[in-house]
Ligand binder design. Structure first.
Ligand code: NAD
Length: 374
């Protein structure tokens, strides 16, 4: 593309879509070309008077002069809305999750691949803006540097997604299987599940324990404990909640050569003087091996994290910049999400690859008859 601005239409002008409108207006490489919402619930009637506005998405795609769309509607609409735009040759940035279940995610990604065959420069990105956070990028670079050695355990306690009942009551689609498609794993934790797999990769087996509507009057899960097993012996834990205050955000990644801990905005690297596996084998009487502690600096979290992802999306369209989060990366967080719920339902460990039909059937059953509250 030879122009210096990408003309963007945004669908879903709700709580996050309203922010995206401001970012698209503010950024140097984007232009707000249209907005679309079934209800325009949060906008002043006279907001953005010069911007074409639509109440039907298909109409916006047909009538507006667009290069790209940002999709910020509730979850179930994401796959079809993405495909409608991609099939018209429009670039897409979709809010998380890319789809509510793995079968839908695969249908979407297959469709996107087909659209790219006709139009190889199409850009398809997902809003995983936490990938821009300095601490996670630093954790990733430390793991990739080999400083931890082979990984033994990754434990993430991410219970600081506290939500009130008002949060669920304020949108009719939240808190129900048929409209939100899940709870803390589906709405809040796609970011953490995405980061988890981005940092340490996908497990081979998943065991989940889940509570439905334990803290809130909702159908879906609001408390989760999952255990992950890897074929190489590594294990993982993922503990999430929207009902804890104060919540915790503590990530521990332990390897043969040390440990990384992130908590309270502090990243600490512990280094074993020599690998723990060697020490276990060779140490004589006595004890622990010597360890050093080092506080690791990282770039402060950007307040404009969403803007950063949108700017990157536009750069990818204009000049081929590498995406922060290609949409296909959204598949793994969907797999982990679905596997945890399926495992909890079956009260059994689930092996990956996930039986996506089994999960799709379970979701339908939950929509028809929500599971009992815990
Ligand atoms: N990345 C983030 O930081 C972040 C934060 C909040 C929400 N989200 C995600 O953004 C999406 C929207 O969440 P929200 O909290 O802003 O929801 P919301 O309910 O506040 O806004 C959604 C808007 O979409 C509109 N809408 C619904 N269906 C539509 C349709 N078919 N056509 C046109 N408009 C339609 C609604 O009228 C509403 O105004 C979800 O996927 C959510 O998970 C992401």
């Amino acid at each position: 593309m030879t122009r210096d601005k990408v003309k963007i239409g945004i669908v879903g002008i709700g709580s996050i879509g309203t922010d995206h409108v401001e970012h698209v207006i503010a950024l140097p490489n984007t232009e707000l070309a249209a907005i679309c919402d079934r209800r325009f619930a949060l906008l002043e009637a006279d907001a953005y008077p010069d911007i074409p506005r639509y109440t039907a998405y298909e109409r916006m795609l047909e009538a507006a002069d667009l290069d790209a769309v940002i999709i910020a509607t509730p979850h179930y609409d994401h796959p079809d809305m993405c495909l409608q735009a991609l099939e018209r040759g429009l670039h897409v940035l979709v809010e998380k999750p890319i789809a509510v279940h793995v079968q839908e995610a695969r249908r979407l990604l297959d469709g996107a691949r087909a659209a790219k065959r006709d139009n190889p420069d199409l850009v398809f990105a997902a809003m995983f803006m936490q990938r821009t956070w300095g601490q996670w990028r630093k954790v990733k670079s430390i793991i990739e540097s080999g400083a931890l050695g082979s990984l033994i355990r990754c434990t993430w306690i991410i219970t600081d997604w506290f939500r009130t009942q008002h949060y669920f009551d304020s949108r009719s689609w939240r808190g129900a299987w048929g409209s939100e498609g899940g709870g803390v794993l589906m709405n809040q934790c796609p970011h953490n599940l995405d980061l988890y797999q981005w940092l340490v990769g996908m497990p081979a087996r998943v065991n989940g324990q889940v509570s439905f509507g334990k803290h809130h009057r909702i159908e879906v899960e609001d408390e989760v404990t999952a255990y992950f097993e890897y074929d190489n012996g590594m294990v993982g834990h993922f503990i999430a909640s929207t009902g804890e205050s104060p919540g915790t955000n503590r990530l521990e990644i332990v390897g043969d050569c040390g440990k990384l801990v992130f908590e309270h905005d502090e990243l600490v690297l512990y280094r074993n003087e020599w690998p723990s596996s060697r020490h276990i084998r060779e140490a004589g009487k006595g004890g622990k091996l010597p360890v050093t502690r080092e506080q690791v600096d990282f770039e402060a979290r950007q307040t404009n994290q969403h803007e950063w992802v949108i700017e990157n999306f536009a750069d990818a369209i204009l000049s081929g910049a590498e995406l922060i989060a290609p949409a296909e990366h959204g598949l793994n967080s969907a797999i982990l999400n679905n596997a945890i719920i399926l495992s909890a339902h079956k009260q059994a460990t689930v092996s990956l690859p996930l039986d996506s039909q089994e999960y799709a059937d379970l979701l339908q059953a939950y929509i028809a008859r929500p599971p009992a509250h815990s």
